[in-house]
Design a protein around this ligand. Structure first.
Ligand SMILES: NC(=O)c1ccc[n+]([C@@H]2O[C@H](COP(=O)([O-])OP(=O)(O)OC[C@H]3O[C@@H](n4cnc5c(N)ncnc54)[C@H](O)[C@@H]3O)[C@@H](O)[C@H]2O)c1
Length: 325
């Protein structure tokens, strides 16, 4: 297929672009490079450096390519920052995506895969979390994802757009070529590895009195190549139908387990600084991905925490300065 990947220079998008090209799709990446990296894009993909909200450039791009489907990774990703700057998040995460959907309809592109997030659930009432669980985002980032999810069925009703929203839990790990290089880095595994590399003095661990086995938060880490693989399956599904799926490992790992495993993988002592809980951090976030397994035939391949961290460590050691160095 001829595909447009918005945000394909980012962490998850860049891995997906590799898999799409390996599956013989033709890929164009539309990215501002505001947080993505030119060097993360497979050279076989075409790059158009532009903001998805730039109507002139977007129309020119859609007019000159016969895209059959769009995969959307664009937007800002920091939940904490979104509380301080809600307008920035709604403008990019909702405004950008709606601008794209409107242009897709105008150019007759009828298949769409959307990066949603576990952040739509907010504080879960039960774990593992299924897609039918109540959605109560606790920050504008999660709300922005939910707003797009809610808009999609209306486009389907009006124009027949088929769409799959994928609610990822914690993306983690790396492939041989691509890894995580967010600036600033707020995700636990790359932050832990930065301590191991001597780039941070210690790791701040937020909260030690959660009702979990060791008192620290428990999260579901899903390997980035498994996430990418789900997008290919979701694209196939949009030929026939629309859907909404959680993507997670289905297993929870505590913050302390992550640190302990990273110590074993890296051989570094990784100093920890205990901090108070952060507001809005639930004790447990664990996905049920049964629906994705059943409907899409998705099966996460890299499920052991040690393997996930080892893949990230391999990439970070080879790229201590990320894509910039
Ligand atoms: N990383 C995670 O653990 C995680 C979890 C749940 C959901 N998600 C969602 O998955 C998507 C990808 O996450 P990621 O970690 O790869 O993020 P990322 O920041 O690495 O990638 C996002 C990409 O979008 C680009 N972008 C942002 N605004 C744009 C715009 N207006 N026009 C064009 N390009 C734009 C950025 O330059 C970047 O390359 C995001 O939408 C994020 O909300 C990520």
């Amino acid at each position: 297929m001829r595909l447009l990947v918005v945000g394909g220079a980012g962490y998850i998008g860049s891995v997906t672009v590799d898999q799409l090209l390996a599956a013989d799709h033709e890929v164009t990446v539309l990215d501002t490079l505001v947080s993505g990296h030119r060097r993360a894009i497979n050279p076989e993909a075409e790059l158009v450096q532009a903001d998805v909200r730039d109507e002139v450039q977007l129309n020119r791009l859609l007019a000159s390519h016969s895209f059959q489907a769009v995969v959307y990774y664009g937007g800002y990703i920091q939940a904490g920052e979104s509380v301080l700057q809600p307008g920035r998040y709604f403008a990019n995460n909702v405004g950008g995506c709606i601008a794209l959907l409107n242009a897709m309809i105008a150019y007759g592109i009828g298949r769409f895969v959307f990066s949603s997030s576990a952040a739509v659930y907010g504080e879960p009432t039960a774990v593992p979390i299924t897609e039918d669980a109540p959605v109560h985002p606790v920050n504008p980032y999660g709300e922005s994802k939910l707003m797009v999810e809610h808009a999609l069925p209306w486009y389907e009703r009006q124009s027949g757009l088929r769409h799959v929203s994928l609610r990822y839990f914690n993306a983690a790990g790396a492939t041989e070529e691509r890894g995580e290089d967010h600036r600033p880095e707020t995700h636990l595994i790359p932050t832990v590895l930065q301590v191991a590399l001597g780039q941070r003095p210690s790791l701040a661990l937020y909260g030690h009195d959660y009702p979990t086995e060791d008192g620290t938060c428990v999260r579901d880490y899903v390997h980035v190549s498994d996430l990418a693989a789900a997008h290919l399956l979701a694209l196939d599904m949009t030929e026939q139908a629309s859907g909404l799926y959680n993507l997670g490992n289905g297993r929870g790992f505590s913050n302390r387990q992550v640190v302990e495993t990273a110590r074993q993988v890296t051989g570094s002592p990784i100093g920890v600084q205990q901090e108070e809980r952060r507001p809005g951090d639930p004790a447990f976030l664990i996905a049920s991905s049964e629906r994705a397994q059943h409907d899409l035939g998705w099966q996460p391949q890299v499920r052991e925490l040690e393997e996930i961290i080892a893949s990230a460590w391999h990439w970070h050691r080879a790229h201590p300065d990320g894509y910039i160095g």
